[in-house]
Design a protein around this ligand. Structure first.
Ligand code: 5AD
Ligand code: SF4
Length: 467
């Protein structure tokens, strides 16, 4: 890990740099897309410090675990992972082990007490301090925890950015944190108050991505609808979408997550008006019962949610609508749960993610009585997923015999003779032929539909490569 530079007058500094042995960085990422984005930014920052990213933890000089604490289960997974990596450290005492992300923010120094081989803890807004933390470790071996969260500062503004190699699709975080304080949610406490990144930074990042071959960007934020609010002179979210629409090379724009209470008519109109904006919206419902929605502090009723969905479908009949749902929120009765099932029938989601309610530190729901038993929550989850599976299959049938545009991601994982990609509505499509160039847009006729994917055949030879 140490390097020595010989004093050879004929050599340029860059030659020495190239000769320096690269250090290996392994990042294990848990949780949401925002963590995936953060891990990419960490890799970029450390690349400037002579680290290269590797795919396996063995042989790493530095391991960073990027963590999620949205529910108890992912949090527990993090502790098992730290335990596993601690063992690697016994074999290689020079290995540096750090924890970042939401569990780091939530537990802070407590993690250093609990895990004696852990070297540092890096909160969600502390990414720029990573290099200093590593310097201190190298100089004095000092273990440290950096978890400041106050202030509406953009932690990405001071970080380097390098476009990835050979990626078709990329995430771009446009805002961090959340001011909504849904009563079950830990996010405002671990990601802080809402802060939007400057549109100038976002747009230059996307231009760089486009120049490296990225065709699709997914804009990330806890509540993208409030992008720009509290930043005088900044673009609104629909304004930002319009600016991205103008970037050559970008073929598709997606975003997540949109809060139903803030879904504006401007944003609804953007669908169909902006040709690159894909016909898919993730609109978390959480519960179909007005009583529970109120107790969750969601700020909308089932009627209001339904009206937003109708407006979206009126504007864009083919739009795919997905959601998040929670079962077993404190006090959820059979009647409340029946109201959720009723909303699932009524809305006809294309699909959704569903979770059992989980008590989280700092949240108001944690203090509510009338907790729903594990057994009841499990049964409700199964029932809801069973119902949606049928609806998803039924809804997928609308694609049968239709032509769709697919962005090719590469060879299919399950069959090397086939290619795979996604429609604008985010449906996975597998189709024969492995020579479709990654990143090309092909016209596919859908021949068969399943619950989780579609099958089709290519109608044009556009984007075929020779090998
Ligand atoms: N328990 C269960 N699910 C939760 N989510 C957030 N907090 C909790 C919790 N305490 C779910 C919500 C959110 C998604 C990212 O995770 O559905 O939309
Ligand atoms: Fe959590 Fe609600 Fe904010 Fe989403 S909108 S991150 S659920 S507090």
């Amino acid at each position: 890990m140490t390097c020595s530079i010989r004093n050879d007058k004929n050599k340029k500094y860059s030659d020495y740099h190239a000769e320096m042995k690269k250090k290996n960085l392994y990042i294990q990422t848990f949780g949401c897309q925002m963590n995936v984005y953060d891990s990419e930014r960490i890799a970029c920052l450390l690349e400037e410090r002579n680290f290269q990213l590797i795919d396996e933890p063995s042989g790493a000089d530095l391991i960073i675990i990027n963590t999620c604490s949205v529910r108890e289960k992912p949090e527990q997974k993090v502790y098992s992972a730290i335990g596993r990596f601690q063992r690697l450290k016994r074999e290689n005492p020079k290995l540096i082990l750090g924890v970042g992300g939401c569990v780091a923010q939530q537990q802070g120094e407590g993690l250093l007490d609990r895990f004696p081989y852990l070297d540092f803890v890096l909160g969600t807004k502390e990414l720029p301090r990573l290099t200093k933390i590593l310097d201190d470790l190298e100089d004095s071996g000092a273990r440290s925890s950096a978890t400041a969260l106050e202030g509406r500062v953009d932690p990405y503004a001071s970080l380097p950015f390098r476009a990835p190699r050979s990626k078709v699709s990329s995430f771009v975080t446009i805002m961090q944190g959340c001011d909504n304080y849904c009563t079950y949610c830990i996010v405002p406490f671990v990601r802080g108050r809402e802060v939007s990144r400057a549109s100038h930074d976002i747009l230059s990042e996307i231009r760089l991505l486009a120049s490296s071959g990225v065709k699709e960007v997914t804009l990330l934020g806890q509540n993208v609808n409030s992008y720009g609010q509290g930043h005088p002179g900044e673009l609104s979210f629909p304004g930002l979408l319009e600016a991205i629409q103008e970037i050559p090379g970008i073929a598709r724009i997606r975003f997540t997550t949109s809060h139903p209470k803030d879904l504006s008519s401007d944003l609804v109109r953007a669908f169909g008006r902006l040709s690159k904006l894909c016909e898919h919206i993730h609109l978390p419902l959480q519960s179909g019962s007005d009583t529970i929605l109120e107790r969750m502090n969601r700020g909308y009723s089932r009627e209001e949610y339904t009206r937003k969905v109708e407006a979206l479908r009126q504007r864009c009949p083919d739009i795919a609508i997905t959601a998040d749902l929670i079962v077993g929120f404190p006090g959820e009765t059979e009647r409340d749960f029946a109201a959720t099932l009723d909303m699932i029938h009524r809305i006809q989601f294309d699909d959704f993610f569903s979770f059992k309610y989980s008590d989280r530190p700092h949240t108001r729901a944690r203090l509510l009585g009338d907790k729903v038993s594990e057994e009841t929550s499990r049964r409700r989850l199964e029932e809801l997923q069973f119902l949606q599976k049928k609806i998803t299959r039924e809804r997928n049938k609308r694609w049968e015999d239709r032509e769709v545009e697919v962005l090719v991601e590469g060879p299919s994982k399950s069959n090397s003779e086939e290619s795979t990609g996604r429609t604008r509505t985010h449906h996975v499509v597998n189709f024969p032929g492995r020579n479709h160039a990654k990143g090309s847009l092909v016209k596919i006729r859908i021949t068969k539909v399943y619950a989780h994917s579609l099958r089709g055949e290519a109608l044009d030879k556009g984007g075929l490569c020779d090998d």
